[in-house]
Design a protein around this ligand. Structure first.
Ligand code: PRP
Length: 211
């Protein structure tokens, strides 16, 4: 049996994603014993999991260090990795949104200053609207930008809305639904076809069960 290397996104989404693999018959009990180790395998099942930063999953998969992995649709749209998208896992559901201070009105400015981690998604969104923008690329705590006057608005992921609310910001436009996707390396998909198909089918059953 060929071993399948699986990149899991570290963090709150990762726990849910691992449970889905577990419920699909691809468990790896040692993963729950040690929270500093990064690689875990179950030889019997032919799988090896490793935890990577969520935004790095598609890099591991694109370059074949992982055969399959789970990445958010936001990352796939932003970085456009050359991978196959096999399945919508219906997990980690959130929206890409434009948010700002309650009192801010877009019509008041000619060139909109937009802070975001997602420069491609943002450029694409505003160019379709024909809106002139000045993009400010940040790497985290995006919500600070409009508060400190660094930007007029932000484009970011909103899940529960708590982060915006606690910083006195609000959603102005919700424009893109996001969820976690099972992705595969293109050549692994050829050479480990059976193994990948089995796992994708088992995961699909779980998604349908959870619906
Ligand atoms: C995302 C996003 C928001 C927050 C929204 O950050 O950038 O800050 O989640 O979630 P909420 O609507 O449930 O409050 P994440 O936690 O992924 O961390 P990051 O800033 O490191 O990307």
């Amino acid at each position: 049996m060929k071993m399948l290397n699986i990149a899991l996104p570290k963090g709150r989404l990762g726990e849910k994603v691992y449970s889905m693999f577990e419920n699909s018959g691809y468990e790896c009990p040692s993963i729950k014993e040690n929270n500093r180790k990064l690689i875990f395998e179950n030889q019997e099942k032919g799988i090896r999991f490793f935890w990577v930063k969520p935004s790095d999953v598609s890099i591991y998969v694109e370059r074949g260090a992982a055969d399959i992995g789970v990445a958010g649709k936001d990352i796939l749209l932003e970085y456009k990795p050359n991978v196959y998208e096999l399945l919508d896992l219906n997990l980690g559901k959130c929206h890409m949104c434009v948010a700002a201070k309650k009192e801010f009105c877009e019509e008041d400015v000619k060139v909109l200053k937009v802070a975001t981690k997602f420069t491609e998604i943002t450029t694409d969104y505003y160019s379709k609207l024909g809106r002139d923008i000045d993009i400010i690329k940040l790497n985290g705590s995006i919500e600070l930008a409009p508060i400190l006057g660094l930007s007029d608005v932000i484009v970011d992921i909103v899940e529960t809305g708590t982060t915006l609310k606690e910083n006195n910001l609000e959603v102005k436009t919700k424009f893109l639904p996001i969820s976690a996707r099972l992705i595969a390396n293109k050549s692994s998909f050829k050479f480990k076809c059976k193994e990948i198909e089995n796992i994708a089918n088992a995961m699909k059953e779980q998604v349908e069960k959870n619906d």
